[in-house]
Ligand binder design. Structure first.
Ligand SMILES: Cc1cc2nc3c(=O)[nH]c(=O)nc-3n(C[C@H](O)[C@H](O)[C@H](O)COP(=O)(O)OP(=O)(O)OC[C@H]3O[C@@H](n4cnc5c(N)ncnc54)[C@H](O)[C@@H]3O)c2cc1C
Length: 392
């Protein structure tokens, strides 16, 4: 092994960390990955069998180049691991015609040529009779959209990283990061190792290692609920595109995979805050189950209204709903990717690649101003009190 290879640690081998380890190893770095659990576990942000991929982006059309970057890397990971991870079944974007979200969807099409079209409501109702349309809906069919298999993707990205030479230490929680003149030291289980660069991808746990982030990231417990159909065929992936509704509240659905039920999720602040990510309570109160039952009763007469499975996961949300991606303000040997605010899985391979850009070259050519950590710059920096204590 050449001593000139940059030595990079990736802390947290979940959605983004597994991809960062893969991209760094593919680009020649000497990579060590740390994960507190196993790869593909279901205790963080990436559990629950499926994630939506879409390219008309209601959050901001500026994401489209990043989504295309991610799409190409999803295909590359599939080819390198001979595993199907992304199925482009299409997605229906549903919302008010004059809403900002639907304006962003239209801008994604106009500015970037996303393969998507407006579908008149009558036509939509006859083409997809099992979808939850409202009389005031503006409907867009995004064909550069579908679903991803998150656990499989994380597992295979990690395995691919190992095949390319990365050393992954599972069941190895990192206790601290010490930034010194001689390098960045990663402490775990009484050991301390030096790296040229550290990539922190600890998701909802980001505030533990980077205390300056704790106040910025609102950790919540989004719930997924699965519903069985009286007749399953209309909810199969071949017939039922994913959907994302923005009015009157934001919620989404994915087709029934692997013989399971239709999966529904509610977005944003309806999800319960999590005070301590190490003590996630996964018992979902009846009131939260009732919120799903009410949606099914109103929109899906062909589903049984009681969910057969209800599970809580975790996610970190930033104040503006965009992630934090880049070198830490004031510490260019530490790159962070976190706070992905409920829509980061589809971006994970691109964000892993961008983390590799930062670790290996100190910059990225990708246009990610929306995600710049400096927009939240605090004079104490994200490393918070710990930096001051350990700098030597
Ligand atoms: C229910 C739900 C539905 C969602 N739906 C979608 C969707 O449809 N489409 C979409 O694009 N996005 C979706 N998202 C968002 C997306 O899943 C997240 O943005 C993404 O998974 C976040 O990835 P991450 O790498 O930041 O966190 P994680 O995937 O949680 O990875 C963090 C990892 O760090 C590890 N770790 C933490 N601390 C330490 C430590 N000290 N030492 C070692 N390891 C550590 C954790 O164990 C974990 O493996 C959804 C999120 C949820 C919760």
């Amino acid at each position: 092994m050449s001593s000139t290879r940059p030595r990079v640690a990736v802390i947290g081998l979940g959605s983004v960390g597994s991809m960062a380890a893969w991209r760094l190893a593919a680009r020649g770095a000497d990579v060590v990955g740390y994960e507190q659990f196993g790869t593909g576990h279901d205790r963080g942000a990436h559990g629950g069998e499926s994630r939506v991929f879409r390219t008309t982006y209601f959050e901001d059309p500026e994401y489209v180049p990043l989504l295309r970057h991610a799409g190409a890397l999803w295909r590359r990971l599939e080819a390198e691991t001979r595993t199907e991870l992304l199925a482009l079944t299409g997605l229906l974007m549903l919302g008010g015609a004059s809403s900002t979200q639907m304006a962003n969807v239209s801008a994604s099409i106009d500015r970037f040529g996303v393969d998507a079209t407006v579908v008149p409501l009558d036509e939509a109702r006859s083409r997809w009779p099992h979808h939850p349309f409202r009389d005031d809906d503006f409907v867009v069919l995004d064909r550069e959209a579908g679903y991803l298999r998150p656990e499989l993707a994380v597992l295979h990205a990690a395995r691919r990283a190992e095949a390319l030479g990365a050393r992954l230490r599972t069941y190895t929680p990192v206790d601290a990061i010490d930034v010194r003149e001689t390098g960045v030291w990663v402490d775990s289980g009484g050991d301390s190792e030096r790296y040229d660069h550290v990539v922190v991808t600890t998701g909802p746990w980001a505030g533990n290692l980077l205390p300056g982030l704790a106040a910025l990231i609102d950790v919540r417990r989004p719930v997924s609920a699965w519903f069985l159909a009286r007749d399953r065929a209309p909810f199969d992936p071949a017939t039922f595109p994913c959907f994302l509704r923005t009015t009157p509240t934001e919620w989404y659905g994915l087709p029934a995979l692997d013989g399971s039920g239709l999966k529904l999720g509610l977005s944003g602040e309806v999800n319960t805050p999590v005070a301590d990510p190490d003590a996630l309570d996964r018992t979902i109160p009846v009131e939260e189950v009732q919120a799903f039952r009410a949606l099914v009763a109103e929109y899906f007469p062909d589903l049984y209204p009681d969910p057969v499975r209800v599970t809580g996961y975790m996610e970190g949300y930033t104040p503006d709903g965009h992630g934090i991606v880049g070198q830490l303000p004031g510490e260019d040997r530490v790159t962070v990717v976190t706070g992905l605010s409920g829509h980061g899985f589809k971006l994970a391979p691109a964000l892993g690649d961008i983390a590799a850009d930062h670790a290996l070259t100190g910059a990225t050519d990708s246009s990610i101003a929306l995600l710049d950590p400096n927009r939240f710059l605090d004079p104490s920096g994200f490393l918070g009190a710990r930096t001051a204590a350990v700098g030597s």
